[in-house]
Design a binder for this molecule. Structure first.
Ligand code: NDP
Length: 448
């Protein structure tokens, strides 16, 4: 074993010993460390100052009880979290996730990734993540409101416009952000930009809802363009049917591609005719307003069929996983490759298992890791913070241009740090580009 591999193994043993059983967190850290150790091999200052070791430990973890009352008068009890991972380059920033699968391991992996992602945007934002094992599915609006108010009654003391600015994520959309912001304002008696993803009436930013999905597609277009190719005429498989998936469909349509799949946790639909703008409008109403299931899409349109499972055996040129973590395993990655897939851009966080990533990398297809490909959302959140501080509103055109430019800059940084003899390693490029800024800030602070 060479010296770098030995360091890596010793480092990962330490991480696993300190945080036993946190599989998703171990997965995220080892994926990053495998690319950072070779980069810092000839840079002893990072070793001496234990930079990666310190980056792999959150600044603090806040865990709290969230009691709430359901419509039948039963008292229910959930667990709330905020993982404040690293604020070396700006206030903590990262989403809140409400989903039954939420636990400390999932939020630590997301907070760790967020630190690198936020650094990549070039904006002054640190990394954090939070949420709860509360499941908004099937709950009435009033139940969701009671839960959000109880959650914020504890969270408010840990956040602030210059301290920590949460946003949405899975299960936390415009409705939840409204309830959370309302409760913060009520407790603190201050109207400040303490959350992003707000409604337009109370300090939200244009394009924020669309930004993650649009950005994921822009990143793919940037990778293709570099190879003299484009999305036009390509067949695209998308997973998920929430915020990120919906606006990825819209941008693929704008750029002349055809999306043939969508999914949720019950299964996927395959529509060989493509998700046209009118079908997309139906989908957004179905998922965001009526909170229905993806199967209903196939009931509505004869061209679509519903199946259980995930969509990766449907032949496509491009895959955009936009649902959740670990939704492409090695076998599915190999199926995508066998069917001729030439590019993967990750809208969801860590959707590809490590073995699947290796399959994409070995095949040298265009593979964009989530921390780069889905950074458009947090970039526009950063712009929402700027608009709130300056009490101004930028136009849709200005913001879409800023989003497009940001995705181009992130792409180019990945190329700068990831260019190899005959291909670009976007994973290494994103990790190293994200690492350098945070690491150098930490060096300036000394032993903190
Ligand atoms: P939404 O809640 O709007 O949608 C999530 C979608 O993923 C739904 O279709 C949901 O299906 C599906 N899903 C969730 N969990 C699972 C699961 N275990 N198995 C299969 N499908 C699942 O969330 P977003 O669109 O906002 O987020 C999607 C992904 O993008 C997440 O990984 C998130 O972290 C990431 N992301 C989001 C950003 C944003 O701006 N919103 C920013 C950056 C990353 P169902 O309805 O059945 O639950």
């Amino acid at each position: 074993m060479d010296k770098t591999a030995e360091y890596l193994q010793r480092f990962m043993n330490g991480v696993k010993k300190r945080s036993p059983g946190e599989d998703e967190f171990h997965q995220a850290v080892s994926e990053v460390a495998a690319t950072i150790f070779p980069y810092i091999a000839d840079k002893p200052i990072y070793h001496k100052m234990q930079i990666l070791e310190r980056m792999a430990e959150p600044d603090r973890v806040i865990m709290f009880r969230v009691p709430w009352t359901d419509d039948k008068g039963n008292i229910r009890n959930q667990r709330g979290y905020r993982v404040q991972f690293n604020n070396s380059i700006g206030p903590y920033k990262g989403g809140l996730r409400f989903h039954p699968s939420v636990n400390l391991s999932v939020l630590k992996f997301l907070g760790f990734e967020q630190t690198f992602k936020n650094s990549l945007t070039g904006l002054p934002m640190g990394g954090a993540k939070g949420g709860s094992d509360f499941n908004p599915k099937g709950k009435s609006d009033i139940e969701v409101m009671r839960f959000c108010q109880s959650f914020m009654t504890e969270l408010y003391r840990h956040i602030g416009e210059d301290t920590d600015v949460p946003a949405g994520d899975i299960g936390v959309g415009a409705r939840e952000i409204g309830f959370l912001f309302g409760q913060y304002k009520r407790i603190e008696n201050r109207f400040v930009g303490v959350l992003t993803g707000k409604g337009m009436e109370f300090g939200g930013s244009k394009i924020r809802t669309e930004a993650t999905g649009y950005g994921t597609v822009y990143f793919m277009e940037n990778m293709l363009e570099r190879k003299g190719n484009s999305i036009e005429g390509k067949t695209v498989c998308i997973s998920g049917s929430g915020n990120v998936a919906s606006y990825a469909v819209e941008k693929v349509n704008h750029l002349g591609g055809k999306v043939v799949t969508l999914s949720d946790s019950s299964g996927f639909i395959h529509d060989p005719e493509g998700i046209s703008p009118d079908k997309l409008a139906y989908l957004i109403d179905l998922k965001q307003v009526r909170r229905g299931r993806i199967k209903q899409f196939a009931d509505e349109y004869n061209s679509a069929t519903f199946q259980e499972g995930r969509p990766w055996n449907v032949p496509c040129d491009i895959a955009l996983p936009c649902a959740t973590q670990n939704e492409i395993n090695e076998e599915e990655a190999l199926t995508l490759l066998r069917n001729g897939c030439i590019g993967v851009s990750e809208g969801a966080n860590m959707p590809t298992e490590l073995e699947g990533i290796h399959a994409f990398q070995n095949a040298k297809i265009l593979y964009a890791p989530s921390k780069a490909a889905n950074a458009g959302g947090v970039a526009v959140s950063g712009l929402e913070m700027s608009q709130n501080s300056a009490r101004i509103t930028w136009s849709e055109e200005e913001l879409e241009k800023l989003l497009k430019d940001t995705m181009r800059t992130i792409h180019d940084s990945c190329v700068e740090f990831g260019e190899r003899k005959d291909h670009v390693d976007y994973l290494a490029g994103a990790n190293i580009a994200g690492f350098v800024k945070v690491a150098d800030a930490m060096l300036s602070f000394g032993h903190t």
